[in-house]
Design a protein around this ligand. Structure first.
Ligand SMILES: [Zn+2]
Length: 153
């Protein structure tokens, strides 16, 4: 890098260079390729900034998708034609879909366990099996249901 150029151009310096370029200030320069180089650099800079902004928004979209685990937020997801849609966004959405499906499955199984517990409790009471010989098969089933509820399998 030239010793005339600072390591980093401040926003104020960049604005001044753009103004000078707009005024064709560099045309006085006998080396016209400097003008083209400056134009090319600004073009590259603008493109890189726009690209960075798009990537930043794609990252934001992934975060929003990761937190959106309800039917309402799922319906609000962006689609493939959106500039902020990405393969990673699709991956996050797929993971959230799996989370939602597992939650639904968990609720369904918990309800099943609840119904089974009720049934075995009633069965023990009506059969009065526990009166004769230790915990009856219904009470053992009840204990198994409670182990499942505690996550002990
Ligand atoms: Zn019993």
């Amino acid at each position: 890098m030239s010793t005339l150029m600072p390591e980093r151009v401040t926003p104020q310096q960049e604005e001044r260079i753009r103004e000078l370029r707009a005024e064709n200030w560099f045309l006085d320069n006998p080396h016209n390729e400097v003008n083209e180089a400056v134009d090319d650099l600004f073009l590259l800079l603008d493109e890189a900034r726009a690209e960075l902004e798009t990537e930043r928004m794609r990252n934001v979209a992934c975060g929003v998708a990761a937190l959106g685990n309800t039917e309402k937020t799922r319906a609000e997801r962006i689609r493939k034609d959106n500039p902020y849609y990405s393969a990673s966004y699709a991956d996050v959405c797929a993971a959230v879909d799996r989370e939602m499906a597992l939650r639904q499955e968990r609720d369904r199984l918990a309800e099943q366990v609840r119904v089974l517990k009720e049934a075995v409790q009633v069965s023990c009471i009506t059969s009065r099996l526990c009166r004769f010989s230790g915990p009856c098969r219904f009470c053992r089933a009840l204990a198994a249901c409670e182990r499942i509820e505690r996550g002990e399998g």
